[in-house]
Structure formats: structure tokens, C-alpha cells
Design a protein around this ligand. Structure first.
Ligand code: GAR
Length: 243
């Protein structure tokens, strides 16, 4: 096959064939899945996802970070990390539909496998959700289906619950609803404030969202016929933090 180390076309074809075969057939987890992350503000969940992926070597490629707020601190962090970024400022669009159409165009240009909402504070139209069906993932700061919507920590304290937390889930038409991938719970303490509780919840968001994204990257997450998440090779999808 080697003629005085001059590689012929058939040599290159041979190498290429075996390289592709090695990647696709021997280790399906080696094929990096592509993620776009959507943020509105500080982006601490995004940072945790990207940093943990880098330090743990997930088969994941973060192809773009998109913000709807021009001055979102998280977009600056993403730029400094050398990630591709875009800003689609919702205020510049006539209505929700026009904004979502443009947002979908920007996302689709990068051909992501998954779109991650990480503190993305816009309600998405049914058309947008349908376009990314079973590929759109969100983190919500409550143990869904309890406390959808805003001010979840205030809601939890007012309801007098003993436990609060966060949920990583696929997005459906129904606000803060959809197949649950992972949840984490923290205790609500006597005389808790929304700020203290929010900090406690955020500390477990930073554990559970990266973990769920890693499962997505590794191809472990399926939605079964009952519309629920089935995780392959994962035994611990819940996290309890009792301090
Ligand atoms: C997080 O607590 C996230 O759960 C919440 O916004 C915060 C964003 O923080 N998301 C929602 O409320 C969505 N409904 P981050 O920008 O530092 O990740």
C-alpha cells in the first residue's frame, strides 16, 4: 500500500474510511453533539455547562451563545472565551412572532442538535417550540410542576413548602412544563428570604444542568411513548441537598 511513502488516492480513501468507521461505529459517544445556548442575563448556568464540559471532555460542541439583551453580562463572558456569539434584541422586532422567526433563523444556521435555554427570559411561540421539538431544553428554578412562571422562590416561601429546587426539562407549548430530565431539591429554611433560597437553588442548578447536558451530549436521553424521559445508563437523575 505504501509506495516510497507516496500516498495514493486509494491510500487516503483507506485511511478516511477507517477513521470515519472508528468514530461512528466503535464509539457512538465520540460524535460531538452540537449545542446552541440562549441567555438573557448573567449566564452562570451557561458558564458552568461550558466549563464542566471542557474539564470533563464531553462529546459536545458549543456552537453559539445567543442573547436577547445586548448588554447581557453572559454574552461578554462567552466572547472572552472565544465562543461564537450573537445578539437578537427582542425590542427591535414588531412582535413576538417576528422575533421568534429571526431567532430560529440564527439558531438553525449553526445546525444544533439541541438548544439550551439558560436563564432565557422570553416566552417562545408555539411555532418556535414546534420547530425545535424534543431538542429544546430549559432549566426552571422550581420543582415542576410546582411554581411555574416568575418569582418562584417567593412563591415557594409563601406556600410554606419544606423543599424547593430546580428542574431541567424539554420545552413544550405549556409554560414551564414538559418531559423532565433531572431535578434537584434543597430545603426551605425557617425565615428564609427569596435571595437566600435563590442562591441555594442556584448552587444545585449548577450541578444538575451540566449533568443533564452531558447526558444529552452522550446520547443517553430519549423520550418514550408515554412522553416521559428515559435515561440510558443513568441511575441518579435526582439530587437532594440537605445542608
Ligand atoms: C436561573 O436561576 C434559572 O433557573 C432562571 O433564571 C436564572 C438564570 O441565571 N430561569 C428562569 O427563571 C426561566 N424561567 P443565570 O443567567 O445565572 O444562569
Amino acid at each position: 500500500m505504501f509506495h516510497d511513502l507516496q500516498f495514493t488516492i486509494s491510500d487516503w480513501t483507506y485511511f478516511l474510511f477507517h477513521a470515519v468507521k472508528a468514530i461512528y461505529m466503535t464509539d457512538p459517544h465520540a460524535v460531538a453533539r452540537r449545542f446552541v445556548i440562549l441567555i438573557s442575563g448573567r449566564g452562570s448556568n451557561m458558564q458552568q455547562i461550558i466549563e464542566q464540559s471542557r474539564s470533563q471532555g464531553w462529546p459536545a460542541e458549543f456552537v453559539r451563545v445567543i442573547a436577547n439583551e445586548t448588554h447581557a453580562p453572559g454574552i461578554e463572558w462567552a466572547r472572552q472565551q472565544g465562543l461564537a456569539t450573537a445578539v437578537v434584541p427582542h425590542r427591535e422586532f414588531a412582535d413576538r412572532q417576528a422575533f421568534d422567526n429571526r431567532l430560529a433563523e440564527v439558531i438553525e444556521a449553526d445546525r444544533p442538535d439541541y438548544v439550551l435555554l439558560a436563564g432565557f427570559m422570553r416566552i417562545l411561540t408555539p411555532g418556535f417550540v414546534a420547530k425545535f421539538r424534543n431538542r429544546l431544553v430549559n432549566i426552571h428554578p422550581s420543582l415542576l410542576p410546582a411554581f411555574p412562571g416568575l418569582k418562584t422562590h417567593e412563591q415557594a416561601i409563601a406556600a410554606g413548602v419544606g423543599w424547593h429546587g430546580c428542574t431541567v426539562h424539554f420545552v413544550t407549548d405549556q409554560l414551564d412544563h414538559g418531559p423532565i430530565i433531572a431535578q434537584a431539591a434543597v430545603p426551605v429554611k425557617p425565615n428564609d428570604t427569596p435571595e437566600a433560597l435563590s442562591e441555594r437553588v442556584l448552587s444545585v442548578e449548577h450541578q444538575i444542568y451540566p449533568r443533564a447536558v452531558r447526558w444529552l451530549a452522550e446520547g443517553r436521553v430519549q423520550i418514550n411513548q408515554a412522553g416521559q424521559v428515559a435515561l440510558e445508563g443513568v441511575t441518579q437523575r435526582h439530587l437532594w441537598k440537605d445542608e
